[in-house]
Design a protein around this ligand. Sequence first.
Ligand code: MSP
Length: 661
Amino acid sequence: MSKETFYVTTPIYYPSDRLHIGHAYTTTAADSIARFKEMQGYDTMFLTGSDEHGQKIERRAAESGEEPQQYVNKVVATFIELWQKLGIEYDQFIRTTDENHQRVVREIFQKLYDKGDIYLDKYEGWYCTPCESYWQERQVSEEEVCPDCGRPLEWVAEESYFFKMSKYADRLLEHIKEHPDFIQPESRRNEMVNFIESGLDDLSVSRTTFDWGIECPVNEDHVIYVWIDALSNYITAMGYLSNEEKFNHYWPADIHLVGKDILRFHTIIWPSILMALDLPLPKQVFGHGWLLTETGKMSKSVGNVVDPLELIEDFGRDAIRYFLLREVQFGADGTYSTEALIQRINSDLANDLGNLLNRTVSMVEQYFSGVVPAPDAELEVDRDLKETARQTQERVAAELEGLHFTTALEELWQFVRRCNKYIDQTKPWILGRDESQQERLGTILYNLLAGLRQIAIMLKPFLVDTPKKIGRQIGAQQNIRKASWEDLTEWQVLRPSSRVEKGDALFPRIDLDEYFEQKQESSREEELEVKGDKAESKKDDKKAKPSAEEQKENLISFEDFKKLELKVARVVMAERISGSDSLLRLEVDLGQEQRQLVAGLAGHYSEEELKGKEIVIVANLEPAEIFGVTSQGMLLAAEDEDGSLALLQPENRVEPGSHIS
Ligand code: MSP
């Protein structure tokens, strides 16, 4: 009999930026559930990928002076690097620029068109370029900003193809009501039901305002709008219209994991498209919450984006995976902070788990010269430990089944603590002094090793390196590597007379203050390096005085000068950038908009002194990332020989945003 399949997906990510810890959150969750199902004997399929078309990507590519394909290739390579470093073992990575995907999406469009579910009309309304979302007039307030992200909307009026989504509203509602697991968690299901009940409009599915997309098969002036293109990845990757055997094997998906911001697309647009194609719907769409920082949602412009690669470098991937899965209840919003991460590492990983392993292996070395002892007669306390292990594996499995990663790990840690308590109850260090207690001591240490084997196996869905490290130290590496969930039913598996092998601490404790000091130190060094480079180039400038001829070449034309957009800005607030001695983050008012700038003013002006000052900025300078903060422009200041700074300011008070010419 062939194995039962389990197919899980993450959203496909936009290669418009590097990925942050929020993206790592979804993908780690998907990886964890896939590993668990694999251990349960399922034929698993874990799909992730990249969503590479659309206006936003086209613009980003243009900004970096590259062809879109060249640009996405470069960014997608950074995704793959991150997933490798985080130990994400996806089975397939789909790119929407893949030849097969593009061909099948065109066929899907054609099918819907032939069926009469796609028709040509005119689209008029609000459009948010960063979110790639259209908004009806009734959904937009007077400020004319995107209801989702708050950024300014653009009014668009153009010919567009529409998908008859309204036609499927009743069937969809019925499906949601008959399949309570289809949208999870429950609170989000109610939100979606209300949304559908308030009436569904037909959906604009093509664009004429940009080119970077899949060409529409029925009209070459249009490209297929991003949601049909993106959502179809879940079936094109499984062989829809290209490998029917594979498609029938894996489809429908068991779980689409998505963030709450794109739940609507997955529970309304996507099932409607599938219904129109006469395909079965995915069994579940799970909308998880956001991972926020203490300063709110991560965003490049606020400069609070947490880079997972840096965290992996500093703390190791298992600590990051543990934190992501343990800290925030899957479904709710949660907060990332380095303090909370370090706290988890110290208390759960170093203290509870690390100590258990270290104490156990050390005692086997001390009392049995590193040889695994044979267990002997069982007492009540031993039976209780085994029974707790049995219950733990059942509970962890049940929690994982419902994607409750947090409670699954909580259950597992109760068992880790139970093992530590077993040491305190049985006091092996006292038995060790008494020759006649050798057999009892051997039984206790055997049980501890067996408990650690259980822990290592139960950790396999969550962590990548730790189960192997535990396996190596307790002398059961192969056994743990191969272990399935079923193997947890056996307690007495370790071979007496095999050897333990003491290794390094699983998770060294981290001193919070020392960590932050070190971080500041390395940022300072980085800063000095930058300054050093500048000083070097200044020296070089002095060394080579330009000749009259060269000076002439340095002249710029009036046309070039006109490209500079100089404006008056008023400083709203200023604050130090942590880790830098010289940099301040300024928020400035430009009349129509507020911006943030990074400026090397610390030591020259106090934060208070700057507030309310009118300054001059270059407003059309390409944004730059400095110390993790995005600087959207540059202020002008004069610097004399001894390094004193003076800000350039208008002589009289003028309106912020005034042009300088
Ligand atoms: N390309 C679309 C998805 C198409 S799926 C057919 C997209 N891409 S995205 O890169 O912007 O976001 C992908 C996922 O990352 C979304 O599920 C989103 O919710 C998630 N996250 C983005 N920031 C996040 C956090 N701060 N926290 C948790 N998840 C976050 O949308």
